[in-house]
Design a protein around this ligand. Structure first.
Ligand SMILES: NC(=O)c1ccc[n+]([C@@H]2O[C@H](COP(=O)([O-])OP(=O)(O)OC[C@H]3O[C@@H](n4cnc5c(N)ncnc54)[C@H](OP(=O)(O)O)[C@@H]3O)[C@@H](O)[C@H]2O)c1
Length: 266
């Protein structure tokens, strides 16, 4: 197999997560450029990537260019890279809310672009990335992006019109899960558990429940039914969830995040 030359513009937190996954495959030839002195060098020390001194040097040596800077820095970065890109480059952006149309209009009309929305569990190799193809990206480009992001967890390929929804579910989702773990643990503390113990019990339970959803081929509601004995403890707990309309609250949580994602793009 040909070596994949992958260059990161911006070697911060999300780039680090990706490099940690990608560097395990010897076919990946990874390099990085960061304007923050020492940032790319730190990744070089930890994972053996090559440090580039400029976007020009990076683009000359990588066929896949991953833009991993903050959304507000994208316009500046695109201004820097546009003259360095040719039709052979695949451009992948992880900047939240920055559309492929925006990237194309700030680079070249014929640019092949894939947009990705990873989430923070990527830092522990359990991320969930939503991917969408820009107008000129080919099926092979999307497949390549899928391979890249599968090094940090699961991947879903979506239409770009669904990226706000994906941002609301998996992008912002970890915060909702943390809040749920904290609340369940607080319940445990009120029933007598120690705080650290309660958090561990709740978090391991979330991890196991998530694995069951992914691996059992049963719907989440089927799994609820399976664990609920009439008149038992789970049913007593679930009745409280119904009474406080947790379901509605969580649905509205996601809808509000998706609306906000749409507004931020404007
Ligand atoms: N972290 C997450 O959980 C997460 C999840 C999903 C998506 N994302 C997306 O990933 C992107 C990166 O996030 P992050 O948390 O990894 O950011 P980060 O840690 O701040 O890393 C970005 C790095 O890029 C550098 N940089 C800025 N402008 C540059 C330029 N013109 N040339 C080269 N390097 C430049 C920054 O330097 P300075 O610090 O000097 O500016 C910084 O070191 C964001 O767009 C975000 O929306 C992040």
């Amino acid at each position: 197999m040909n070596r994949r030359t992958i260059g990161f513009v911006g070697t911060g937190r999300i780039a680090r997560a990706l490099v940690s996954g990608l560097s395990q495959d010897p076919d990946n030839d990874i390099s990085g450029y960061d304007k923050l002195p020492g940032a790319a060098e730190a990744l070089a020390e930890e994972f053996g990537i090559t440090v580039r001194r400029s976007t020009r040097e990076l683009a000359e040596n990588a066929r896949i260019v991953i833009l991993a800077v903050k959304p507000y820095q994208m316009e500046e970065v695109l201004g820097e890279v546009r003259g360095r890109l040719d039709p052979d480059h695949l451009l992948i952006s992880v900047a939240a809310g920055v559309t492929t149309g925006f990237i194309r209009s700030h680079t070249r009309e014929e640019m092949r672009i894939v947009r990705a929305m990873p989430n923070t569990p990527a830092f522990v190799g359990e991320g969930m990335t939503a991917l969408c193809a820009g107008e000129r990206a080919t099926a092979a480009d999307v497949a390549l992006a899928e391979t890249i992001f599968s090094s940090i967890g699961g991947v879903a390929v979506l239409d770009e019109s669904l990226m706000d929804a994906a941002t609301a579910v998996s992008g912002s989702g970890p915060a909702y899960m943390f809040r749920i773990v904290a609340s369940i643990a607080e319940g445990g503390v009120q029933c007598g558990l120690g705080s650290a113990e309660a958090v561990r019990l709740a978090a391991r339970t979330m991890l196991g429940a998530a694995k069951m959803v992914l691996e059992s081929k049963k719907s989440p509601e089927e799994l609820v039914r399976e664990v609920t004995t009439p008149g038992g403890t789970t049913e007593a707990g679930l009745q409280q969830m119904e009474q406080h309309d947790i379901r509605r609250a969580l649905i509205e949580t996601v809808r509000a995040a998706a609306r906000r994602s749409g507004e931020l793009k404007q």
